[in-house]
Write a protein that binds this ligand. Structure first.
Ligand code: NAD
Length: 456
């Protein structure tokens, strides 16, 4: 094996946590070949047994939640509270889809001269390409339904954050999943990722990452008419109307954008506030931001940790030049680590890059709007359409604005976007296809129609 390696760095201390060997194209081809062989037997495992194995995998993950969470704190700088949720989410998604093999129903369609049946057939080897911001959940959203539907999986974690995915692959074997059914292959995007996209025996790609790389992945998949799900960037709006519970909207706005240090595709990084309550909202927002606890992410009290890398720090810093209109900001530790304080920009030119581009850091712009139409128009500006929030006490308005905003995941009087039992994905250039929920399974199958003649 042609080994090159990668030093995994703890973003809170800048210390090296581990050194990981990176796979090359030959390793990728070998992994795909093994996964293809494993597919022949995995697809034939009886539905109840496949479900049982996935439930056992979930139980083993559950028994290792604390270990996985601590590993993610070291590797990604996530707060321990978040990391526990993330490991628990892998368990929950596995449990949710463990019921699927026995419920993967086809249909019997009335036709003349015979019986018509449909089957949802697994695709084969599924390639999963994961970003660094939520290494565990994003992996689980793809591999759990893919395995449940009878596919085998080769997963490439992000270079920066391979450790929890590698551990999950070990736990899968411990739970009794057969060899090569679920393979984790650390490597570079331009090498392993690209090879998975190009490889003729990889029948589907699930890609989560930037819109720019996602477009290339989609083009690569087009060459082979390869199925593809894309979960891409976002620039979501948190829309606060004058009739809302302003205290609640302001108190929860910081975690809606600063959670995971803003490195969240659903981050509500634009707060649009009705002009008549704009000043009042900022007054309420300030203590919530300055009180946001940015500290050693292994502490139970931490609400935010560091950014993932020096490169990401530089990128975020570029959106907050020395003359940026900073209204107020929180604090961050000194010393080693890629720390960036929660930062609120206001008033800010609505055309400024900080308002229009995905920053992927703890920076939020607060922009006033006039009325409902204005709010919807502003929320829909730009190429993204992933998530967003609407704060109002008027039910009719909540529904009108929810229908008006072009985004896949909206919440009213709440900022939560993700539930494993409901569909998740983007409008416009935020993505293609949906993960999670009752229907995601079908994106890992092709429908087959079989007609059986009954005429003599
Ligand atoms: P990225 O696009 O740089 O990388 C994502 C993954 O793609 C990594 O594993 C990388 O190695 C791989 N990759 C890079 N080049 C490739 C190539 N040519 N072929 C195949 N794979 C390649 O993204 P990132 O910086 O790791 O993650 C941040 C981005 O992900 C943000 O834009 C964020 O919004 C997005 N994201 C979206 C969702 C969602 O569900 N919509 C969730 C999380 C993150």
């Amino acid at each position: 094996m042609n080994i090159t390696s990668y030093d995994v760095v703890n973003p809170a201390t800048e210390e090296i946590v581990d050194t990981v060997a990176l796979a090359d194209v030959a390793d990728t081809d070998a992994a795909v070949a093994r996964a293809r062989r494993a597919f022949q037997s995995w697809r034939k495992v009886a539905p109840a047994d496949r479900g049982r194995l996935l439930r056992r995998f979930a139980e083993v993950v559950d028994a290792h939640v604390e270990e996985l969470a601590r590993l993610e704190v070291r590797n990604a700088g996530h707060t321990i509270g978040n990391a526990r949720w993330e490991a628990g989410n892998v368990r929950d998604v596995l449990t949710y889809y463990s019921a699927a093999p026995e419920r993967l129903f086809g249909r019997q369609i009335p036709v003349a001269g015979g019986v018509d049946l449909t089957f949802h057939e697994p695709l084969g080897v599924v390639g999963v390409i994961v970003p660094w911001n939520f290494p565990m959940p994003i992996a689980g959203w793809a591999f759990a339904p893919a395995l449940a539907a009878g596919n085998t999986v080769v997963l490439k974690p992000a270079e920066l954050t391979p450790l929890t995915a590698m551990r999950l692959a070990q736990l899968a074997l411990e739970a009794g999943l057969p060899e090569d059914v679920f393979t984790v292959l650390p490597g570079k995007g331009s090498v392993v990722g690209q090879r998975l996209v190009e490889h003729p025996d990889v029948r589907k790609i699930v890609f989560t990452g930037s819109t720019q790389v996602g477009k290339g992945v989609m083009a690569g998949c087009a060459d082979r008419v390869k199925r593809v799900t894309l979960e891409l960037g976002g620039k979501s709006a948190n829309v606060v109307f004058a009739d809302a519970d302003l205290e609640k909207a302001a108190a929860s706005a910081p975690s809606a954008v600063f959670d995971n240090a803003g490195q969240d595709c659903c981050a509500r990084s634009r707060i649009l506030v009705q002009r008549s309550v704009y000043d009042r909202f900022l007054e309420l927002l300030e203590p919530a931001v300055t009180g946001f606890r940015v500290e050693d992410p292994s502490l139970d009290t931490a609400q935010m940790g560091p950014l993932i890398s020096r490169g990401q720090w530089d990128r975020v810093r570029a959106y907050v030049p020395d003359d940026a209109p900073v209204a107020f900001r929180g604090s961050a530790p000194d010393g080693p680590g890629f720390w960036f304080p929660p930062t609120v920009l206001a008033p800010v030119d609505p055309k400024a890059p900080a308002v229009t581009e995905e920053i992927f850091g703890p920076v939020v712009a607060v922009v006033p709007f006039a009325d409902e139409d204005d709010a919807v128009r502003m929320a829909n500006e730009g190429e993204y359409g992933l998530s967003g929030s609407i704060w109002t006490r008027d039910l009719g308005r909540a529904l009108r604005v929810s229908r008006g905003i072009e985004a896949g995941n909206l919440s009213v009087n709440s900022n939560s976007s993700v539930r494993y039992s409901t569909p998740f994905g983007g409008f416009k250039q935020s993505g293609l296809g949906r993960e999670l929920g009752p229907d995601a399974l079908h994106s890992f199958t092709d429908e087959k129609n079989v007609f059986i003649a009954t005429e003599e």
